[in-house]
Design a protein around this ligand. Sequence first.
Ligand SMILES: [Zn+2]
Length: 60
Amino acid sequence: MSNKEIITCPKCGEKYYLIEENYPMRDKDKLYCEKCDYILKDWDAAVIYYLEKSKIVNNN
Ligand SMILES: [Zn+2]
């Protein structure tokens, strides 16, 4: 099972897809913004996260 959501870096505004997947072992890790190294996600649970660059246009 996987889950995909859109996140925006609060520091530089870069948009990513955050993909969450169940993982059989407890994992402790972090994901950083590729642009500014802001910690976008940190976790300590039986899941794993990936970032995918998005081409989402901000319509606001
Ligand atoms: Zn950033």
